[in-house]
Design a protein around this ligand. Structure first.
Ligand SMILES: Nc1ncnc2c1ncn2[C@@H]1O[C@H](COP(=O)(O)OP(=O)(O)OP(=O)(O)O)[C@@H](O)[C@H]1O
Ligand SMILES: [Mg+2]
Length: 390
């Protein structure tokens, strides 16, 4: 049979995760209840995975509601109100009408306003929260459904409170609740929700970066052919992060660096790489500034570095430095190897290094030479830093 007519699979390298989630969809269509907490580093493909479930929900005649937490929306209960009231968000509006409770909630939310002018009256928030909780908990009685809560790490506090309360009553009947979140920035209120849902039997799914073969496959799909050595090398620095792989290909294309010779796609001229570095730095905006700055200092030490050395370089006490670096570990940007930390994406390290002010970078190299010399590093390593300090 010709493969030309076969539709291209939407996702690369996520067969196991999709199978898992498809099983849960079938179970919910059969009347079961499930909660899944899908966590993974920025750009790893959480939304793409959730998006790939659409076909399955249609096939199984499940209602689907996708609500995304929006940090710009300061209304109390913004996330969950969107989930239970926005009829357009439902795949099957016939079963989604929230009824009189929904009408009461909508009216209350208007009274509550956006919270900018005055803090909302606690009694009103409490009533609205009770309504939202009831609407979520009883929605499945009309029809089994999938409630996707995207980017829970930036959900409003009142919605997190409701989720906490819902967890105490166990999984939501005839519902698959699927929440996506980044591990950083850490929020105690979210950690409480995750703990409560874990106790209520939620499944925790950590979405890992793509394996190197799948990473190349994704890049090949994006360029529409095989990769030449230079482009393959850049893709290898992405640590299997689909967003970074996409950034590499899109930036190569946008800068005109991507050329095709005999069906091989490559970027022989490296002049586009500083543009790519700037794009990658933009992907780190979500990190607390202290974490980003410390990683930028560490970038001077190379792909892997000793924690005590970066602490000395930054002029921090080791425990303080460690506390900051733990956020970078949670974000999936560095990983521990004994007493060293290793940048997971060389592309990110390079972008941070490239982003340092040249005078600051020279100063950091001079300090690195002193720190490493004192710590007994080999003279050729110290020499490299001295050279770069000039
Ligand atoms: N397995 C995959 N196959 C093909 N493309 C993918 C895959 N995973 C992600 N992508 C693409 O990579 C990009 C980033 O993915 P996505 O937005 O899903 O990441 P995310 O984990 O939701 O990120 P964020 O933390 O920013 O919400 C998107 O363009 C998406 O289409
Ligand atoms: Mg996402």
């Amino acid at each position: 049979m010709s493969t030309a007519a076969r539709p291209e699979p939407t996702l690369v390298g996520r067969g196991a995760e999709l199978d898992d989630l498809d099983d849960l969809l079938s179970a919910v269509a059969g009347g079961a209840a499930s909660t899944v907490l899908l966590e993974g580093e920025s750009g790893v493909g959480k939304s793409a995975l959730v998006g790939a479930l659409r076909g399955g929900t249609r096939l199984l005649d499940l209602d689907l509601c996708v609500a995304r937490a929006d940090p710009a929306d300061s209304r109390p209960l913004a996330l969950l109100a969107r989930a239970v009231l926005d009829r357009s968000a439902h795949a099957a509006p016939r079963t989604a009408d929230p009824g009189p409770l929904g009408d009461e909630l909508a009216a209350l939310l208007v009274t509550l306003g956006d919270g900018h002018l005055a803090p909302p009256a606690p009694a009103l928030v409490q009533r609205a929260s009770a309504l939202v909780a009831a609407l979520v908990r009883h929605r499945g009685e009309r029809h089994p459904w999938v409630l996707v809560l995207e980017d829970l790490h930036q959900a409003d506090d009142a919605s997190l409170q409701v989720l906490l309360r819902l967890a105490h009553d166990g999984a939501v009947p005839r519902t698959l609740v699927l929440a996506t979140m980044r591990p950083v920035p850490y929020r105690p209120a979210l950690a409480d929700v995750v703990t409560a849902w874990t106790r209520a039997g939620a499944r925790y799914l950590e979405l890992r970066p793509l394996a190197s073969r799948a990473a190349v496959q994704l890049a090949e799909r994006l360029v529409g052919g095989s990769l030449g050595p230079a482009l393959r090398g850049t893709v290898a620095t992405t640590g299997g992060n689909p967003q970074l792989i996409t950034d590499v290909v899109q930036t190569a294309r946008a800068t005109g660096a991507l050329v095709e010779v005999g069906g091989i796609h490559d970027t022989p001229d490296p002049a586009w790489l500083p543009t790519l570095d700037a794009v990658v730095r933009g992907r780190l905006d979500y990190l607390p500034a202290g974490v980003r700055d410390l990683l930028a200092d560490a970038s001077v030490l190379g792909t892997s570095f000793v924690i005590a050395d970066v602490a000395a370089l930054a002029g921090d006490a080791v425990p303080d430095c460690w506390r900051t670096l733990r956020h970078a570990m949670a974000a999936g940007l560095v990983q521990a190897r004994g007493d060293r930390l290793v940048f997971r994406h060389e592309l990110v390290r390079g972008a941070l290094y490239d982003g340092l002010d040249p005078a600051d970078r020279r100063d950091l190299h001079a300090r690195a030479a002193r720190v490493l010399h004192r710590a007994g590093a080999p003279s050729h390593v110290v020499g490299v830093h001295r050279d770069r300090a000039r």
